[in-house]
Design a protein around this ligand. Sequence first.
Ligand SMILES: [Zn+2]
Length: 361
Amino acid sequence: MQRFKEGEAGIALNANVFFNPKMKQLRDVSSLLLQATGANGMRGIDCTAATGVRGIRYIKEAGLKDVVFLDVKKEAVDLIARNLKANRTNGTVINQPFQHFANTCKDRFDVIDIDPFGTPAGFVYDAMRISRDGTILMATATDTAVLCGARKQACMKNYWAEPMHNELCHEAGLRILLNYIARNAAEFDFGIEPMLSVADMHYMRAVVRLRNGASVASESLRNSGIAQSCAKCHNFDYAYGNLSHFGEECSFCRSKMVLSGPMWMGKLNDKELVKRMIVMGDGRLERHSLKLLSAIYNEVETPFFYSIPKITRYLGVPSVPLSNVIDNLEKNFKTSRTCFDDSSIKTMAGITDVIQAIKKA
Ligand SMILES: [Zn+2]
């Protein structure tokens, strides 16, 4: 039997049980997030446990206890039991679909990890049944083509939202996922506080803290909004609830704008937490993950961004150094690079000022 070492866990593999070594970075970051939030002693559940690697790492590295490992495959359940024993860790292994478990279980969990094959949409509603005030809900989506607008109908079906299919699509996809979580949470009187939102490689990952209360849930939904984007000049706009200022035309080039959403327009990250993770992760996380966390930390907190190469192409002017554009804008507007794209900027400025800054760069 093949063995694999990841973090503090030693894992036996089975050809019939799914294991993706490329997701190590995601598991590193998730484990670190739990350590940085002080999850020691918290009760966790891995809704699609497969080899059990994630839950075992959470126990050994972040101190979670009484972790429940669920999987629908008998082979997976046997493998998890074996891996728990080999790692000298304790947990409850159950051969059940998550939905069935959540509908019959009377317990509440502090940490719920949803990392299925494809969309987490079918798990989120039932996750609320086993949540309490303060629960950390982690949801991974690998159906990024759907969330990025390559399959619009599937996005409508799974997430009740119209996706974007342009340079903003990864951020829009994350915001659609968050809005979907917030919408489901509200039905159970939970509001959400995003802790970490990541779009990387072929996945999107939203980590939120649930807060209980009817008014908290309503307040949370105020972050729900609609966006519109211009395919010609790369302008965009967004609004919370009230769409009265939305015209059909782009305010800059007068082309027809494309509507998308609903999406979460509030904050994507808890910057203080991200800062702690960067400090704790130095020397422990892979460079790629540290770079990603730093980009998230340094980013201006505003929905969407401007692609400088796309705008210069639209203007028909030569390409310009990104740092010059940022310097020009920073005199009057909060501006930064963005974790979503190396050649784009987030700024409080509108497209007219961005174009001015490009022309002066
Ligand atoms: Zn336009």
